[in-house]
Design a protein around this ligand. Structure first.
Ligand code: FAD
Length: 338
């Protein structure tokens, strides 16, 4: 690659960065997960781990970033950065990267991260690997090996960015593990100022919250998930009731989402959410590899399926053969008293 066109040269680049996404002033869980992963990468490289925090009145989060592993926090506070907007966030990241020259930048594959990461990569003239599921350092070259599913999840591709820095990756929520926080840890805060001279200005007038029960699958302890085997949207009403009794949330396979029985925010799998539930109950889900990619790290998997040979039975801790309409009510009664 032409060195002139590269934002940060390989020789100058040092350190691992995590973009600390905040919403309504509070840093999101994904940032702590990325700090957990970033700590390992930084240790392997023998470099510092830093978090980048932007917003308005968000300094209360700095102690959490240190507790979860950051050695340094790049901090930008300005009313203009209160809520995420593409241009100021992109430009601010661009300026920070060019000034402080990290070798790795990790960003959550959230709606915000998916908007921000490619724009930053474009502006600093580097590559980006989206939706990574594994990140390791090649001991020989010290390149970041960025692994992600490819060809419909049929193979895992490992991608490197050998000629430009930073090496940028997005990672989905729930894929990486956060460390136990240590509130005795502290570190350096580098304050940067926001330059208002960006070309485009957008004003956020109002943030409208989605109506209905919030779905936070990534952090749910109990998940009841439905697939095509539910036979229609009414199947999800039964699952909703069950979720209420068990204190869990409802998820779905892509087949159910594509059928229009439930919204896409409930989808678990390769192109949906990645979950780590304590109990994952799969009802009428066959267990396609793309579904398993999003839930197989759950602690206890219970599968309810008419077909004893369904692939989900291979990974289930408990497989119950039969119609979910008959089995689910009995199972709820049992679990209720555990
Ligand atoms: P089916 O495979 O049709 O399974 C239905 C199951 O229900 C069967 O096992 C059947 O025995 C059982 N059943 C039927 N009636 C009953 C009953 N009354 N009681 C109990 N059991 C019953 N899929 C995802 O889920 N998430 C993803 O993120 C995802 N991403 C994808 C990305 C790509 C690129 C591709 C190509 C595919 C992706 N898929 C994804 C789709 C995936 O390949 C499967 O098609 C999908 O997971 C199947 O959903 P299902 O198990 O609900 O349906």
């Amino acid at each position: 690659m032409d060195n002139e066109k590269v934002g940060v040269s390989i020789q100058d680049a040092k350190g691992v960065w995590v973009f600390a996404e905040q919403r309504e002033g509070k840093v999101m869980n994904i940032a702590f997960e990325l700090l957990g992963e970033g700590s390992k990468l930084a240790k392997d490289l023998g470099v510092e781990l830093s978090a980048v925090l932007m917003g308005d009145n968000v300094d209360g989060n700095i102690k959490d970033l240190f507790a979860y592993g950051a050695d340094k926090v790049y901090f930008v506070e300005n009313a203009e950065l209160k809520d995420y907007r593409t241009e100021p966030y992109t430009e601010m990241m661009n300026q920070l990267i060019k000034e402080y020259k990290p070798q790795i930048v990790l960003i959550g594959a959230t709606n915000i991260g998916r908007d921000l990461a490619p724009r930053v990569a474009g502006r600093v003239r580097t590559g980006l690997t989206a939706d990574c599921t594994q990140l390791t350092i090649d001991p020989e070259t010290t390149n970041l090996l960025q692994t992600r599913p490819a060809f419909g999840g049929n193979l895992m591709a490992t991608i490197i960015c050998p000629e430009s820095r930073p090496q940028m990756a997005t990672v989905r929520s729930g894929v990486m593990k956060k460390k136990e926080p240590d509130y005795n840890r502290t570190g350096e805060v580098i304050t940067a100022s926001y330059d208002k001279s960006t070309k485009v200005r957008t004003v956020v007038k109002e943030i409208v919250k989605e109506a209905g029960r919030a779905v936070n699958l990534e952090e749910a302890k109990i998940i009841i998930s439905g697939g095509r085997g539910l036979g229609g949207p009414e199947g999800f009403e039964i699952l909703e009731k069950a979720a209420e009794v068990l204190g869990g949330v409802v998820a779905a396979s892509r087949a159910a989402v594509d059928s229009g029985w439930i919204s896409a925010k409930h989808q678990v799998g390769q192109t949906g959410k990645t979950v780590h539930a304590k109990i994952y109950i799969a009802c009428g889900i066959s267990g396609a590899i793309q579904h398993l990619a999003g839930m197989q790290n759950s602690e206890l998997v219970i599968a309810i399926n008419k077909n004893p040979a369904a692939p989900i039975m291979q990974i289930a801790d408990y497989g119950i053969v039969g119609d979910y309409k008959n089995i689910l009510p009995l199972l709820i009664e049992e679990i209720k008293y555990v």
